[in-house]
Design a protein around this ligand. Structure first.
Ligand code: ZN
Length: 210
């Protein structure tokens, strides 16, 4: 189990005070080809997302502190009503990240952040043994928002090679060969690509040909 410590939180939407758990320690072994970490002592990802038992708001600990704009809060409240909620409902990790991604969209967060939430939803989905279709849906959305983020120039130059690699690999996993090739090839157009990333790219590119 990851190391946790109790954390009192107050929901920005329904103002409920409740106790959640903060992750204070975990250990990672290797990473899979879509960067999904192989955790050595259990998956801490669900615990990074705090679920309000009263209304179903989901966010990082910082979201609980930073969401103070009343107009945005009203928007999220309307979204949560539409998503339906039962008091104290338990959500798995993948469900938490999908819900957080939707909330991030409504908050007008950058596409890069939305993409990252959907990517983590796919990792949780796999670790939690959800159906392939569930994982694929989140993966398609991760690709969509990574591409929007690239188009809007949201990524720093040093992060762009990794993003193209990821979109390439996610597309490969979705069977979108043309798109995978395009993003794998983009890596050669960029300056300062780390050698390990080129190695990973070459390995995944080879799998496209086989
Ligand atoms: Zn709430």
């Amino acid at each position: 189990m990851p190391e946790l410590t109790p954390k009192p939180l107050t929901c920005p939407c329904c103002k409920r005070a409740f106790e959640s758990q903060l992750v204070v320690g975990f250990s990672i072994g290797e990473k899979e080809s879509d960067f999904c970490p192989r955790y050595l002592d259990g998956n801490p990802l669900p615990n990074f997302m705090h679920v309000c038992p009263g209304c179903g708001f989901v966010g990082y600990e910082a979201d609980y502190r930073n969401l103070t704009d009343e107009r945005k809060i009203e928007k999220i409240k309307r979204l949560l009503v539409g998503l339906l909620w039962e008091e104290g409902k338990k959500l798995g990790g993948a469900e938490r990240y999908r819900r957080a991604a939707l909330i991030a969209l409504y908050l007008g967060k950058r596409s890069a952040e939305v993409a990252d939430l959907y990517l983590q939803a796919t990792w949780c989905s796999r670790m939690e043994g959800e159906s392939d279709e569930e994982e694929k849906q989140a993966r398609r959305k991760a690709v969509k928002y990574f591409e929007l983020g690239l188009a809007a120039d949201e990524f720093a130059p040093e992060d762009q090679p990794v993003v193209h690699y990821l979109v390439g690999e996610l597309s490969r996993r979705l069977g979108e060969i043309k798109k995978a090739r395009k993003h794998f090839a983009m890596i050669d157009e960029l300056p300062h690509v780390e050698p390990w990333l080129k190695e990973w790219r070459d390995k995944q590119k080879k799998m496209l040909e086989s």
